[in-house]
Write a protein that binds this ligand. Structure first.
Ligand SMILES: [Zn+2]
Length: 107
C-alpha cells in the first residue's frame, strides 16, 4: 500500500485547516482575553496532512503561544526587537509594567 497523504498548506490563522487538531490553550489565570489572532490556540498549522494529521505549526507572535493576552495593567510579556551590540536585530521577551509604584503588593 502506498502511503496516502493529503497535505494542506496554511498561510496563517485564517486558513481553513489552520486550527485542525490544535488544542485550545488553558487560561493561566493571569491573562484576560483570548488572543484575537490565534483565537486561544497559541499556535496554528502551517502544514497539515489530512490523512495522517502530521503537521508543522507556527507559534502565535501576538500572545507568544499562550493563547491568551493581557488587557489590564498587569505586567505582560511582549515580543520586542532590540539591536545587539554587534548591530544585529534580535527578538527578546520584554516584561512591561505600566506603573510599578501603583502596585499594592510592593512596599
Ligand atoms: Zn495568539
Amino acid at each position: 500500500m502506498p502511503h496516502e497523504s493529503n497535505i494542506v498548506h496554511c498561510d496563517g490563522p485564517d486558513s481553513p485547516h489552520a486550527f485542525d487538531i490544535v488544542p485550545l490553550q488553558p487560561r493561566n489565570g493571569m491573562l484576560d482575553a483570548r488572543c484575537p489572532i490565534c483565537r486561544g490556540h497559541g499556535q496554528w498549522n502551517t502544514e497539515i496532512d489530512l490523512v495522517s494529521f502530521r503537521c508543522k505549526r507556527a507559534i502565535c507572535g501576538h500572545c507568544l503561544g499562550a493563547g491568551w493576552i493581557e488587557t489590564g495593567d498587569d505586567p505582560v510579556a511582549v515580543a520586542d526587537i532590540v539591536m545587539t551590540p554587534e548591530g544585529y536585530p534580535k527578538w527578546i521577551t520584554a516584561y512591561v509594567e505600566k506603573d510599578e509604584t501603583s502596585d499594592p503588593d510592593r512596599s
